[in-house]
Design a protein around this ligand. Structure first.
Ligand SMILES: Cc1ncc(COP(=O)(O)O)c(C=O)c1O
Length: 433
């Protein structure tokens, strides 16, 4: 049992121990390993956000209303984000700690609005494709909303007809993704927007992955379906600055089409001894440093920087897609944006590829239904990209010829493999078994 050290520890010793922990137990090379654990763009981007973060290290964003500098940072980040997502002057934005909080806030606002618009509904339901991120289910759990997941269509996108048919007397809204985490595809947002309008429902678009990259891929000429406030019927959007906005964690945004919708987001409290308590989103205290780093990266990259980054991402994607075309046994699923899935053709067990790649130092995430490797693409040094492609070719050849037989895990973040997991997770997994 570790207990608080009675006399504290020497200042330098603490830092030395942290270095030892970092060197022995953290893989900083993960940027080259296709996980959204660490989207980095390039070293300059990392250096900028780190310095910006340090400058505002000790400030609490809960009290941004007391500090003109904090208000300026928030106002500017919010307006830029509204503009990127085609929200114009009408749209409103709130900064949150991550995709989960952004989604929670949007679904909460949806539910609060429904309480007024559809007071007869006591068991609210949201209809979404099976591919919607797991964290919506979690938000619904806390909000006592039932999430009804509808199987995706054959093309792995939301099935608009089936979603429309699932709308019932308790439905308060629809949710879909741009793109979905499992398949990297933008759901048919325009058609779903029409369904939402027809039934008078709130439509939430989860663009946690795509929000700050798809608009720039579009500018590069990539074929990206419309997904933001340019689409009629979209009421709210979750979009993570700490993913492809390249901000420091924790930083995400939840956007509303207008302030009438946003007003359902807030929960002002006056019934306690200290007067009005209102926080910007769900959490209370949070680092203003994350907002400062987001401000810094948005200003630094500008339209041109994000567009050129998107062009490079498309280049990385094309290299892997082209390589897979000539590797027997592997196929890349078509996707929009920066996620890319590699599946095995008939007779090829993709879990063996994951196992083989793991032995070469690539810890890859996966999808189970249907089975595929899940790549979250980022800019990569040419040497790493070539090594990845060469390893993929060699592992596929070894698997095809029966020389390799160790399956790896297709999972989200490696959950299920307890080798490096903290105690709380090991205990949770054991208790579920
Ligand atoms: C589409 C999508 N939505 C929501 C989330 C949750 O975001 P966060 O981990 O920042 O809470 C993720 C995370 O990968 C995601 O891919």
């Amino acid at each position: 049992m570790i207990k608080l050290n009675p006399d504290g520890m020497d200042f330098d010793q603490v830092l030395d121990e942290l270095d030892t922990i970092k060197q022995g137990g953290m893989n900083d090379d993960i940027a080259a390993k296709f996980s959204s654990n660490s989207l980095k763009s390039n070293e300059q981007v990392q250096s900028l956000i780190q310095q910006a973060y340090s400058k505002f290290f000790s400030f609490n964003a809960l009290f941004s209303f007391q500090q003109a500098g904090a208000a300026k940072l928030e106002n500017e980040v919010m307006q830029i984000c509204c503009d990127i997502l085609s929200g114009g002057e009408e749209a409103r934005c709130n900064i949150t700690s991550g995709g989960t909080e952004s989604i929670f806030c949007a679904l909460h606002a949806m539910r609060e609005k429904a309480k007024i618009a559809h007071p007869h509904i006591t068991k609210p339901e949201i209809i979404a494709p099976f591919s919607i991120h797991a964290t919506l289910e979690k938000a619904c759990h806390f909000l006592q909303i039932e999430l009804i997941r509808i199987p995706v269509a054959d093309n792995l996108r939301a099935d608009v007809k089936a979603i429309a048919e699932a709308i019932g007397p308790n439905t308060i809204g629809i949710a879909a993704s741009a793109p979905s985490w499992p398949y990297g595809l933008v759901d048919p947002i325009e058609e779903l927007g029409q369904v939402a309008i027809k039934h008078g429902l709130w439509f939430h678009v989860d663009a946690c992955v795509g929000g700050y990259v798809l608009p720039f891929m579009s500018r590069c000429g990539a074929d990206i379906p419309a997904f933001d406030f340019a689409v009629a019927g979209v009421a709210s959007i979750s979009a993570d600055l700490h993913k492809y906005g390249y901000a420091a964690k924790p930083c995400s945004t939840v956007l509303y089409r207008n302030k009438d919708l946003q007003k359902h987001h807030y929960v002002p409290i006056t019934n306690w001894p200290c007067g009005l308590y209102v926080s910007q989103s769900f959490v209370g205290s949070r680092p203003l440093a994350a907002t400062a780093a987001a401000w810094a990266i948005l200003k630094y990259m500008g339209l041109e920087g994000y567009t050129s980054n998107a062009q490079k991402l498309l280049g990385v994607k094309q290299r892997i897609v082209s390589a897979c075309e000539s590797i027997e046994g592997l196929t890349c699923w078509p996707s929009e944006g920066p996620l890319l899935m590699i599946a095995g053709n008939e007779g090829m067990d993709i879990q063996l590829i994951v196992g083989g790649m793991e032995q070469r130092g690539w810890s890859l995430l996966g999808v189970n239904q249907p089975p595929a490797i899940h790549l979250t693409l980022d800019l990569m040094p040419e040497a790493d990209l070539s090594r990845f492609i060469r390893d993929l070719e060699e592992v596929a050849a070894a698997v095809s010829s029966g020389k390799f037989n160790d399956q790896g895990l297709l999972s989200y973040g490696g959950v299920g493999d307890t080798g490096t997991a903290p105690n709380w997770l090991v205990e949770l997994i054991e208790s579920a078994e």
